[in-house]
Design a protein around this ligand. Structure first.
Ligand SMILES: [Zn+2]
Length: 447
């Protein structure tokens, strides 16, 4: 069959399915939509069954998980495709140009809640694989795991993966979520880990008159501010001893990859509303956010902040701090280093507590395997552009669970346009990107 016709046939079937998929208000962040959540899972389950998959709903881990399998031959490698059917809330009164739960096409874009996050993206692989099965071209055994709690933090997915290693066992995991940077094909190869911690300084048990005691009594806010000022130099390089110890060396190849990603400083200023960017050691934006740890003080509480003034010396001050870690750093190790830094720098007349609240480790994906190679060559063929390896500054805990439990290479290929506005109004999938996504999926799974 002519390749062009083949792709357009998949697209037509995709569109029909997406229209139904979008109609379910499968919002997982609000209990009100529980019926829609259940109906979406049922719909997917039936869809897989009617396309010769062995499919089931798995309960006991919050919203039902859809697990579907198409097994051909033990000599073929198995790819597990992960996605989610739940979506963020959406209401036409938020400013949508059409009903968010009705698929609308405008300016060559599909507009709907879930158009890219994640219904529209996971459905690319579903529709493509159905077609490849019908035409006897599928070169893999395939498993789909589609969950319904991603937008509400997937509280039970780690336990699910841990308890179902056998069911999920595979040679590679493919995830298409998120958007493509720089209008070029991306392979996401790293995510920073993260943890939050609260630092509290106390210098006694009560605030004091600032006239009578001023300049003699320790002030908790001064001490906290002084400590915070010692975390970074003026270029935001972290000054805490040995903090960069387990950061992997960044070789020329990685730096070159990152500096090749188009980066527009004026666009950065516009989006962030900041007057400038702060970089150290000759870093570019992608290297500094993807391959270096960071410490951001995200909140300070202390003293009197009501109307007017209260001239009292505060005895207590608190900072909320977000930490991001990379490569071989461990959350506990950084917590300990920070704790030592406070111990060393706090004056003897002050006390402190420092407490960690949840953590997840960094993940750097090994790119030396045939699945990444295969994805790269297919992407470059479809786009006619070189792939960008993207080290993502944010954190995506599920990647750790897959990587650590299944020990299979992760292939993270976002397919959406950068201006897709996921989570926002008029979430949209550019049809040009969508078609390229289908071509990627066809070539990935038929070769
Ligand atoms: Zn999302």
């Amino acid at each position: 069959m002519d390749k062009q016709i083949f792709i357009s046939e998949i697209f037509q079937e995709y569109k029909k399915l997406l229209e139904e998929f979008i109609k379910f208000k499968s919002v997982s962040t609000n209990q009100e939509y529980q019926n829609d959540i259940n109906s979406t899972a049922d719909w997917l389950n039936q869809l897989f069954k009617s396309n010769n998959f062995k499919s089931k709903l798995i309960t006991g881990y919050d919203n039902p998980l859809v697990f579907a399998e198409f097994y051909q031959d033990k000599n073929l490698p198995t790819v597990l495709i992960y996605g989610h059917y739940d979506v963020q809330p959406a209401d036409i009164n938020d400013g949508w140009s059409s009903d968010p739960f009705t698929l609308t096409i405008s300016n060559n874009r599909i507009i709907a809640r879930g158009a890219v996050d994640n219904k529209g993206q996971v459905l690319i692989h579903i529709a493509t694989i159905f077609k490849l099965i019908q035409t006897n071209q599928l070169k893999y055994n395939v498993k789909f795991l589609i969950e319904g709690n991603e937008e509400s933090g997937s509280p039970n997915i780690e336990r699910f993966i841990e308890e179902n290693k056998e069911l999920l066992s595979c040679d590679s995991v493919l995830i298409s979520d998120g958007e493509m940077s720089a209008k070029r094909p991306n392979i996401e190869v790293g995510f920073r880990g993260t943890f939050n911690a609260t630092l509290q300084i106390t210098v006694g048990s009560q605030d004091l008159h600032s006239g009578i005691y001023g300049s003699t009594a320790p002030n908790a806010i001064h001490i906290l501010a002084n400590l915070i000022s010692k975390i970074h130099d003026e270029h935001n390089r972290i000054l805490i001893p040995n903090y960069y110890e387990n950061v992997d060396d960044i070789n020329d190849e990685i730096r070159q990859n990152n500096t090749n990603i188009p980066f527009d400083i004026e666009e950065y200023k516009r989006i962030t509303t900041r007057k400038d960017i702060i970089l150290f050691d000759g870093n570019d934006f992608y290297t500094q956010t993807g391959l270096y740890p960071c410490i951001e003080v995200t909140g300070i509480i202390g003293g009197y902040t009501g109307e007017g003034y209260k001239n009292a010396i505060p005895h207590k001050a608190t900072a909320k701090i977000n930490f991001r870690l990379v490569s071989h750093q461990r959350a506990q190790e950084l917590f300990d280093k920070f704790n030592n830094f406070i111990k060393t720098n706090i004056p003897p007349y002050a006390d402190f507590t420092f407490e960690m609240d949840g953590s997840n480790e960094a993940l750097k994906i090994d790119i030396n395997n045939k699945y990444i190679d295969h994805a790269r060559s297919v992407l470059e063929e479809v786009w006619g552009e070189k792939v960008i390896y993207k080290y993502v500054g944010g954190s995506l805990p599920i990647t750790n669970y897959f990587y650590n439990s299944l020990k299979a290479p992760l292939v993270m290929i976002p397919l959406a346009n950068e201006d897709c506005n996921m989570h926002g109004v008029d979430e949209n999938f550019d049809i040009e990107y969508l078609i390229k996504g289908i071509k990627f999926s066809v070539n990935f799974f038929s070769k």
